[in-house]
Design a protein around this ligand. Structure first.
Ligand code: NAD
Length: 470
């Protein structure tokens, strides 16, 4: 019989939640075991999510610019052609290098890695079944951390087949540019991967059941973004319900019903379903252990990330909140700190959300529509990139910055950036909110000239009607 190995903490899942938990545990002098069934660490984000998507967004942007955006700058190129295999290979190389980097971090921190599927047997015991032949092992520890992430949601009656009906993972590795790609859902994945394949030459049609992009993140900004994406060639059917998907060896037919009028059909090479993700807890043995989940399958936790079984904690996509890698990493550190007797904190009011389209869309704190829905008073300042010198020099003037502040205390409530460099600039806004800064603080901070971030400063000044360049 196999010997039981004992650790201070068993982590199930090696994504940005699990591997960060392992490092934080090692820093705090705990001996962690990390159970992951995939050969490579990094989870969905690194292997088949954020990272490969960003690699393709970057490459497809280069392709698009080489084709159309350079003559404007006085750079004349010859015919530009696509080497899709080369582009996909570069993406794989980026992923391989980064996953190897995580392996090195595990070694450096003396994290004991188990390649296999973890199942919780009791509040202190996990069984690891190897993915291929090998012995089942049992691990024990006073703490268990579930960090198993999420998986794509399929439409009822429309299972993924990986070729005609696909999800985002398949959408990152299509072997050829489709003539027509239909995407269901105008959320983050729909907009990012829709942009990639549109830039590479596909006709892309997005069918969304709500009237707004991105779940109505900021209705005004969503409308502006939709106008920009439409100019780029994305076709949107908003407030439209998908009624059926039929696939054949040659393609796929999507039937959809618009808000008014008759249903219509779309013929395409693939339909990518991007209607959200759900917690991945299959095979974990939650029922048997008594870990309680809510009606959406999310593991319920208290403010210390403890489940209904106190020695078992959960973080990231398997619990409530935005399904974001950086949220999982922060929760991972905080959960491990609680195990070590420290007060682990996550600043939920300052978690940035980013969509890596062109232009990018990023926001942090509360949105304008959310404040309205909460009947909360606010003042706003808006500054367009059209009036920003750096954006003008880059020929990237689409979009704007919006700063929202409390009218009485001037405390920053939220910032939204639709424009070039939004993914990086939103960090400044997150820091300001984290520090409890006022709009005046942000507006008075000196920003280099000419920079894109001056638009953020100007929008903050705009809260008090004192923006300079507008
Ligand atoms: P999402 O929740 O962002 O968007 C899903 C969209 O599908 C919504 O607009 C929703 O209204 C729509 N929808 C739902 N059912 C529909 C139906 N039957 N017909 C038409 N539309 C329908 O989900 P996603 O884009 O699938 O992304 C999944 C998760 O992955 C998200 O939580 C997201 O945060 C995360 N993610 C993040 C990033 C990033 O941070 N840049 C990138 C990719 C994915």
């Amino acid at each position: 019989m196999a010997v039981e190995e004992t650790f201070d903490l068993i982590i199930i899942g090696g994504g940005p939640g699990g591997y960060v938990a392992a490092i934080r545990a090692a820093q705090l002098g705990l001996r962690p075991a990390l159970v992951e069934k995939r050969e490579t660490l990094g989870g969905t984000c690194l292997n088949e999510g954020c990272v490969p998507a960003k690699a393709l967004l970057e490459s497809s942007e280069w392709f698009q610019r080489a084709k159309e955006g350079m003559a404007h700058h006085g750079v004349v190129t010859g015919p530009v052609t696509l080497d899709l295999d080369g582009m996909l290979a570069r993406k794989e190389k980026v992923v391989a290098e980064l996953t190897r980097g995580v392996d090195l971090l595990m070694k450096k921190n003396k994290v004991v890695r188990f390649l296999g599927s973890g199942r919780i047997l009791s509040p202190i015991r996990v069984e690891v079944t190897p993915m291929q032949a090998g012995e089942v092992q049992t691990l024990t520890a006073p703490h268990i951390l579930i960090a198993t992430g999420s998986e794509p949601i399929a439409l009822p009656g429309v299972p993924f087949d990986g070729s005609r009906v696909i999800h985002s993972t398949h959408g990152l590795s299509l072997p050829k540019v489709p003539d027509h790609l239909v995407i269901i859902g105008a959320g983050v994945i729909g907009l990012e991967l829709g942009s990639v394949w549109r830039r590479l030459g596909a006709k892309v049609t997005i069918v969304e059941m709500l009237p707004h992009l991105l779940g109505g993140m900021d209705i005004q900004a969503g409308k502006t973004a939709q106008r920009i994406f439409t100019k780029q060639g994305l076709v949107f059917h908003m407030a439209t319900r998908v009624e059926g998907v039929k696939s054949t060896p040659e393609g796929v037919t999507v039937t959809a019903r618009p808000p008014a009028g008759d249903p219509f059909t779309l013929e395409a090479d693939h339909v990518m379903v991007a209607v959200g993700r759900k917690p991945y807890t299959e095979g974990l043995g939650l029922d048997q252990t008594g870990v309680v989940v809510d009606e959406r399958g999310r593991i319920q936790v208290n403010e210390r990330f403890q489940t209904s079984v106190p020695s078992i904690r959960a973080i990231g996509d398997v619990i409530a909140g935005p399904m974001l890698a950086h949220k999982a990493s922060e929760e991972a550190s905080a959960a491990v700190e609680w195990m070590a007797g420290l007060p682990g904190e996550v600043s939920y009011d300052a978690i940035p959300s980013i969509v890596y389209t062109w232009p990018e869309i990023a926001w942090v704190g509360k949105g304008e529509d959310q404040l309205k829905a909460e009947n909360r008073e606010y003042k706003s300042g808006v500054f367009p990139f059209l009036a920003n010198a750096r954006a003008k020099t880059m020929a990237a003037t689409d979009g704007m910055v919006k700063v929202l502040a409390d009218p009485h205390t001037d405390t920053l409530l939220g910032v939204l950036i639709l424009g070039p460099g939004a993914s990086e600039m939103i960090g400044e806004a997150a820091l300001a909110i984290e520090f409890g800064a006022s709009a005046e603080d942000l507006g008075l901070a000196v920003h280099g000239h000419p920079t894109l971030s001056e638009a953020l400063k100007e929008a903050a000044l705009g809260v008090h009607n004192r923006a300079i360049h507008i």
